[in-house]
Design a protein around this ligand. Structure first.
Ligand code: FES
Length: 159
């Protein structure tokens, strides 16, 4: 009996091998991901917006639930991720923030997502800070939380 095709295996882009097609599929998932919804388990006031300039992050812990969260300023917008890597539980938000490259033909570089890719400090899995999606595995993601700025100019994370 013939096996069913893998998801994304039908994607064919000129000049790309199958690994590029898979990458392109993963990026498409990131591009189409929706922002997180609040689950109404409480809120954390993180800090004043002036204390978290663009490119900076802050790790905070909710006293009630014990949930540790990383809050990131990506080009003036705030995003919050759970500080637990879905691979083996590393403190993900202590990792470095950088950019990545889109799939491209050999010798051509297409940098993208500058300042919004978080790399796990243990084994290097990478996540999009804006959506929580893993970059190279369409089935993996880290929990993300809505972030707002309240009337006092404080960054607030809804759990
Ligand atoms: S624990 Fe994060 S990549 Fe392994």
């Amino acid at each position: 009996m013939e096996k069913p095709p893998l998801p994304g295996s039908d994607i064919r882009l000129e000049g790309y091998g199958s690994e590029h097609a898979a990458l392109d599929h993963a990026f498409r998932i990131i591009d189409e991901a929706k922002p997180p919804k609040a689950r109404h388990r409480g809120r954390i006031v993180v800090c004043a917006t002036s204390d978290l300039p663009p490119g900076e992050k802050r790790v905070v812990q909710d006293d009630e639930t014990g949930i540790s969260i990383g809050v990131f300023n990506v080009a003036g917008e705030y995003f919050a991720l759970k500080n637990v890597c879905p691979h083996l539980g590393a403190p993900l938000c202590l990792g470095n923030v950088h950019a990545t490259h889109r799939p491209s033909p050999v010798f051509e570089f297409r940098p993208d997502l500058e300042g919004r890719v978080l790399r796990c400090p243990w084994h290097g899995w990478e996540f999009d800070i804006v959506t929580g999606k893993a970059l190279y595995d369409a089935n993996s993601r880290v929990a993300s939380y809505p972030c707002t700025v309240d009337e006092n100019g404080d960054i607030v994370v809804s759990l």
